[in-house]
Design a protein around this ligand. Structure first.
Ligand SMILES: [Fe+2]
Ligand SMILES: [Fe+2]
Length: 135
């Protein structure tokens, strides 16, 4: 049974960079895939695989994003790096907690992912849009 998506992509989240938009979109998909597993039994391996993917994919995205910011000489790079680092730390802590509570994917983790990505894209990422615009 498919649940209603937990986090839904909207065009207004676009940062006018195809590559970065596709990364953000994929993160939304990963979060929805995790949500599908919430409360389901026998899904430990899938949950762990998806949490690993969430971590790795985020890392890839942050690297690409920070590189583009460097190229665009974006003055808010430092703020971005701090936000990205904070996310990586919190995700690691919440992932560890999920692993400690065998077969319980924590709702806190999902809520964190959803809130963080929505808030980060809309407030912090959006600020670089005028600097990174393709000329
Ligand atoms: Fe981003
Ligand atoms: Fe970012």
């Amino acid at each position: 049974m498919t649940k209603i998506p937990y986090i839904i992509w909207k065009d207004e989240y676009s940062v006018d960079q195809n590559e970065l938009d596709s990364h953000h979109y994929r993160m939304f998909e990963i979060i929805n895939e995790l949500y599908e597993l919430l409360g389901s039994l026998d899904s430990d391996e899938k949950v762990m695989a998806l949490l690993n993917e969430a971590r790795e994919y985020s890392r890839t995205h942050f690297e690409a994003e920070e590189n583009l910011m460097r190229l665009g000489q974006y003055p808010g790079l430092e703020e971005q790096q701090q936000a990205h680092r904070g996310y990586v730390k919190t995700l690691a802590i919440l992932t560890q907690e999920s692993m400690d509570n065998v077969s319980v994917l924590s709702e806190d983790l999902l809520l964190f992912l959803k809130k963080w990505w929505l808030n980060h894209i809309l407030t912090i990422d959006k600020k670089y849009v005028p600097f990174l615009k393709e000329k």
